[in-house]
Design a protein around this ligand. Structure first.
Ligand code: HEC
Ligand code: HEC
Length: 289
């Protein structure tokens, strides 16, 4: 099992290149390995497009799953078998993430709010309905998560600070707990908020850094952009280092709804998850399940 490179310094995100990710098993020819996978991916993408759009009639769930497993081979060439994440800690997991969140991300890549050319080229020509179907397919795959492996150097005090920010936030700078939106188990909230556990440290750092530099954006208003602006780099590292060390809870599925809590301030409305504010705006007992 490969460990992720340590991230002691908070670095600006960058797109991976073939040479960034030589696999330990094929150290002699990393780029040949990469291109082989890429061409395999493109081949399957062509095959998938050739197969045309899905029938108008709703296919049986099993048939839909089989069809989609075939059609998404271009994706799993990078994202790992069944979208369980690539082997190198960079290509993110897709399996089990909320469908609305995945769909929003596919739109973000297609519409230039997130950047990764090789993938954007694949999703660009696909219809929004088809992006939604792929999102549904990956969202329904429940696969076990790997054991967390983050081992970057960080003091116990900084880790404790990370835990505190994640679970309690910091009222002095108007920072809600991450759990308020990402769920008390941090496994995400249906349908639009992703979980924060089971993600490699490098991926977490890259995403938070990308929001700080506006390389990653969500539908406006972009609450995550606002949140990272309220956190200095050392707090972001504390938070990502703590998150990347946590094992998954027994129930890894996203929560059905966000936890009850104080209403979100107007400045932290999330365009990609408007339901978070709609709930919070209800009277305290009105939001009860
Ligand atoms: C060439 C490799 C590659 C291919 C092929 C590819 N992706 Fe990706 N994908 C990536 C990388 C790298 C990222 C993360 C980019 C970043 O840092 O923001 C990503 C991110 C994503 C995300 C966002 C995940 C998250 O948790 O935010 C989704 C959803 C996604 N890809 C779906 C797909 C689907 C569906 C396909 C097939 C149509 C596909 N990808 C094909 C490399 C690829
Ligand atoms: C006000 C609600 C809210 C709060 C509070 C919040 N988030 Fe988020 N977060 C979101 C939403 C909504 C998304 C999905 C954005 C999108 O659609 O791209 C998100 C996405 C993310 C992602 C991307 C995950 C992925 O798979 O790519 C990370 C990382 C993240 N948040 C970290 C945090 C951390 C760390 C905190 C606490 C310091 C936090 N968030 C607090 C609403 C929130």
């Amino acid at each position: 099992m490969r460990t992720f490179p340590s991230s002691q310094n908070f670095t600006a995100p960058r797109s991976p290149t073939p040479l960034d990710h030589p696999t330990p098993t094929r150290l002699g020819q990393p780029s040949a390995w990469f291109f082989k996978r890429l061409f395999k991916g493109l081949f399957w993408a062509a095959a998938a497009w050739g197969a045309g759009p899905l029938n108008a009639q709703v296919p049986a769930p099993q048939r839909f799953a089989n069809d989609m497993a075939e059609r998404t081979r271009a994706c799993t060439a990078c994202h790992g078998e069944q979208g369980r994440a690539g082997p190198d800690g960079y290509y993110p997991r897709l399996a089990g993430k909320p469908a609305g969140y995945l769909h929003n991300q596919l739109r973000n890549f297609a519409q230039g709010r997130r950047h990764y050319d090789l993938m954007a080229r694949l999703v660009d020509p696909l219809s929004d309905a088809y992006l939604g179907e792929m999102a549904q397919y990956f969202a329904h795959l429940q696969l076990p998560y790997p054991t967390p492996t983050a081992s970057n150097a960080i003091t116990p005090e900084r880790l404790a600070k990370g835990q505190q920010l994640v679970t309690q936030g910091d009222a002095t700078r108007g920072l809600p707990a991450c759990t308020q939106c990402h769920g008390v188990r941090l496994t995400g909230v249906q349908p639009n908020v992703p979980g924060l556990l089971g993600l490699p440290l490098d991926y977490l750092n890259a995403q938070l850094g990308a929001w700080q530099t506006a390389q990653r954006r969500a539908h406006a208003p972009d609450c995550m952009a606002e949140i990272v602006q309220r956190m200095p780099a050392q707090d972001l590292i504390a938070v990502s280092s703590w998150l990347a060390r946590q094992p998954l809870p027994t129930d890894t599925r996203p929560a059905d709804r966000a936890p009850a809590g104080p209403a979100l301030p107007e400045a932290l409305r999330c365009g990609s998850a408007p339901e978070l504010s709609a709930r919070a705006a209800k009277p305290p007992n009105g939001g009860k399940p």
